[in-house]
Design a protein around this ligand. Structure first.
Ligand code: B3K
Ligand code: ZN
Length: 849
């Protein structure tokens, strides 16, 4: 029999906890199949509570014994926890439970990865470790004793004692249970040291499996850079004597900010030039920074409840993107972020999974670690900073840290800080948190008597459960250029607050060319018939790097849409303009590499759908191929020159300058391969001494249909390195012709190295298929069927990763009736599984709508 539909919980139903905790003592007696967890918790009634009912969360626990103030009790147990009569005064709760970490394939709670014990408690995993009020507004000081035979046994805070078969840890900072962590196993450390600006000596360690020691240096450097940056930019210092990072192979997401003991997916911390690409290095640096920055935005100030998740995630993403901009190139980082935002968040915001940055209900919170909470949450902070100005922003942040240190806070608290610090009324701004959907801003203009007028109109389409969207405040950064390319109006922020508004610029000699939404100053879609000539002009002359890039992207997009819709030939204006851009050696190579990128298949599918046409994934793929081929023909000389000019001869470094040069040379190599069939790519493959060069060459060879030998050689060379073999799985699928992608992916799921138990390998294979739209959406339906087969197998093992991958189907309504029928059949096949997880059930039900 199927379980009853899982019940949503609502933000509006929040009530304060009935009991608060002053301190917690935990003892772990580790054993793979029968770990004992002993807890001793000091509870006291919460004076602000509305009830005195005592209940604790708990899942998959075997209760051995329980006592209150030393007297045994027999609580009432349910599937999700226990309840018990308690004194109306402070009391000590003691319990012993048994759990089986080796059988825990969900990778939540205490589990095992390659013989190592580790934990993942956010959001609600602590309840799989012991009975506890597993909610972020209950904060406590933790002392932890670990007993076992592992050579290294770690927990949060500072090590206070260790001896034969045990280690004791104490974390002086009160924290919610989701920040608890424990790691035990055979680990080796890469040590480091940091002196905070007030003189605290902090011991740093990156703990890895023996054999991975050589891949820690970059992560350590990134950690130190993050610690320094947070002191310099936000005035935030580290607050313990020890900071540990552990690399774990089996992990559902990127990393976790547990207090003093960050746990990382090994793919997000281990790096070496031979095994990691430039993009991997940049990502690792950003994730290390992100988790470190959580120490203040997340740990010292946490969330009152999970509806407030963006309070820590949006702010911390915003902070890590500031960090990357400072470490590398700010314009390049901005363009990369916007590409990712449009690919993931706009897609989400325009489909059945759309939800506000602060949702008002959920069934399974793990389904809400989304691009909307993270990336749109960060964009909202960027807008706030634009609206109040830099100085006021940092003043408000100082007040936030001062007022809320030690609190479990809300979005209301956050906005109040800004209102108090700046005197600004943020009532309308709040809509960015409460309303889902991507606003469209339509722009028209006119010019008369020396005055140029921009007419703006905003509209946000309905999203599930939200029909009407009142106007929001939208900061629109605008500049104006004269026809000779000089800037006649420097960047100015237009504050749009109404549905329709006009903005005037006087004293102009002639009608200027507007550069609108500079730096992508708001997460909106600008709708404007600019025309190819204006786009080409902005690509050549805009002084705002983001909009310069955007102009090239729009020019390509409009040309591609004409090719797909009307069978037009590749647009010469694009080919000319992009060639001029690529030749311009005054431009940063990394910028040029990004400007040579084309809109994604998914972007084009959304654009066609928005224009009222059901996208044909095959036709989109063919148009992109045709344009790439035409561009390679048109740019032969440029490509050859760029390739030669940007070869890096210095020893490998993942810095911005070298990575930019490699990115541009590899963009050129892709063009060259279309002409020479792969001869140059093969030479690069054979001589490559770093993964960026090797992988780019292999990708080109696969694109050219000449990759078989190199693919086999790559496997032989790297079969001992699981992270590199993940790349091997992905690359073959991403570069397959559409009709082959599902077959190749299915064959790879039969490969001896494929396993459902490792989320990285699952994502490398099935995720790669879903990121190849023409292959995934092939008319045969083979892609849909393969993904569904695998999701059905994975769900009983790992609901979180299954549910997350279901979002591959979120765009189903865009497509033609045949594809819609194929997809919905698969979604119903998933829903019909007995004992489907709550996670997957919620995702599939929302996708079907
Ligand atoms: N806070 C964690 C994510 C936890 C995900 C739980 N399903 C990592 C991060 O955002 O830094
Ligand atoms: Zn985070």
């Amino acid at each position: 029999m199927k379980d009853a539909a899982p019940q949503p919980i609502f933000l509006a139903d929040y009530t304060p906890p009935a009991y608060l905790i002053s301190d917690v003592q935990l003892t772990f007696r580790l054993s793979p199949s029968a770990t004992r967890v002993l807890s001793r918790i000091s509870f006291r009634p919460n004076p602000d509570a509305k009830s005195r009912d005592f209940s604790l969360h708990g899942e998959n626990l075997t209760l051995i014994s329980a006592a209150i103030d030393g007297a045994p009790v027999t609580p009432t147990l349910t599937e999700t926890g226990l309840s018990c009569d308690v004194p109306d005064a402070p009391f000590i709760w003691e319990a012993e439970v048994e759990i089986a970490p080796a059988a825990n394939t969900a990778l939540e709670g205490l589990y095992m990865s390659n013989g190592m014990y580790c934990t993942q408690c956010e959001a609600e995993g602590f309840r799989k470790i012991t009975y506890y009020p597993d909610r972020p507004d209950v904060m406590a000081v933790f002392s932890v004793r670990i007993e076992g035979d592992a050579p290294v046994m770690l927990s949060n805070g500072n090590l206070v004692a260790q001896g034969d078969g045990f280690a004791e840890w104490h974390d002086p900072w009160p924290k919610p249970a989701y920040l608890f962590a424990l790691v035990a196993g055979e680990l080796v450390n890469h040590p480091g040291q940091f002196t905070t600006r007030s003189g605290r000596e902090v011991e740093l360690n990156i703990w890895v499996r023996p054999g991975d020691e050589g891949k820690c240096a970059f992560g350590m450097q990134a950690l130190k850079a993050s610690m320094r940056w947070d002191e310099e930019v936000y005035g935030r210092e580290y607050d313990l004597d020890l900071f540990n990072i552990v690399a774990v192979d089996d992990f559902n997401m990127g990393a976790m900010e547990n207090k003093g003991l960050n746990i990382f997916n090994s793919s997000c911390v281990l790096a070496s030039p031979e095994t990691s690409t430039d993009a991997n290095f940049e990502r690792i640096e950003a994730i290390i920074a992100h988790e470190y920055f959580h120490n203040w935005t997340g740990n010292r100030i946490t969330c009152r409840d999970w509806f407030q998740l963006c309070l820590k995630e949006g702010l911390t993403v915003y902070r890590d993107s500031q960090f990357t901009s400072d470490m590398r190139s700010a314009p390049v980082k901005r363009i990369e972020d916007v590409i990712a935002l449009r690919a993931r968040q706009f897609r989400e915001d325009n489909g059945p999974l759309a939800h506000p940055v602060r949702p008002s209900s959920f069934v399974e919170i793990n389904n809400f670690y989304t691009a909307t909470i993270y990336e749109k949450g960060a964009e909202v902070i960027g807008m706030l900073k634009t609206l109040v100005g830099d100085e006021a922003y940092y003043r408000a942040l100082d007040l936030y840290f001062e007022r809320h240190d030690g609190d479990a806070a809300t979005i209301e608290d956050w906005l109040k800080v800004f209102e108090d610090a700046t005197g600004r009324d943020l009532t309308q701004f709040r809509r960015w948190y409460d309303d889902a959907g991507t606003p469209r801003v339509t722009v028209t203009d006119d010019f008369a008597d020396g005055t140029y007028t921009l007419h703006l109109r905003q509209h946000t389409p309905p999203t599930p459960g939200q029909e009407d969207k009142p106007p929001r405040v939208i900061p629109i950064a605008v500049g104006l250029l004269a026809s000779d390319g000089t800037e006649v109006q420097a960047t100015k922020i237009l504050e749009m607050t109404e549905e329709a508004q006009s903005f005037r610029f006087g004293g102009l000699a002639a009608k200027p060319v507007p550069s609108i939404l500079r730096g992508f100053s708001a997460p909106v879609i600008i709708e404007r018939d600019a025309g190819a000539a204006e786009r080409a002009f902005l690509l050549a002359h805009d002084t705002d790097p983001f909009n310069k890039w955007e102009a090239g992207r729009e020019l390509a997009r409009e040309g591609l849409l004409a090719m797909i819709r009307d069978g037009a030939a590749p647009d010469d204006r694009y080919l000319d303009a992009i060639q001029t851009m690529a030749r311009d050696d005054s431009l940063d190579p990394a910028f040029r590499a990004l400007a040579l990128g084309l809109p994604s298949q998914d972007d084009l599918a959304q654009a066609l759908h928005d224009g009222g046409t059901a996208p044909d994934p095959q036709a989109i793929w063919e148009a992109l191929e045709t344009l790439r081929q035409a561009r390679a023909q048109a740019m032969q000389d440029v490509a050859t020159r760029l390739y030669a000019q940007h070869q890096v001869t210095a020893p490998y470094s993942p810095d911005a300058a070298q990575s930019g040069a490699r990115a541009l040379a590899n963009a050129a190599l892709a063009m060259i391969t279309r002409i020479d069939g792969g001869a140059q790519a093969q030479r690069q493959y054979d001589s490559a001494d770093n993964m960026t060069q090797q992988l780019a060459a292999l990708g080109c060879l696969l694109q050219a249909g000449n990759g078989a030998a190199a693919t086999a050689a790559f496997y032989d060379q790297w079969q001992h390195d699981r992270l590199v073999i993940d790349k091997w799985f992905s690359l073959q699928i991403v570069n397959a012709a559409p009709q082959d992608a599902a077959r190749i992916a299915r064959e790879l799921t039969q490969h001896p190295d494929f396993t459902l138990k490792n989320p990285n390998r699952f994502r490398a294979t099935l995720g790669a298929l879903t990121m190849s739209p023409a292959g995934f959406h092939h008319a045969s339906g083979a892609g849909y069927e393969l993904l569904t087969d695998c999701l059905i197998k994975l769900d009983p093992l790992n609901p979180q990763t299954t549910a997350r991958m279901c979002s591959a189907f979120e765009t189903w309504r865009r497509y033609d009736a045949d594809r819609q029928a194929l997809i919905t059949r698969q979604l119903h096949r998933i829903l019909a599984q007995p004992n489907l997880s709550r996670d997957t059930n919620e995702m599939v039900s929302r996708i079907l709508g």
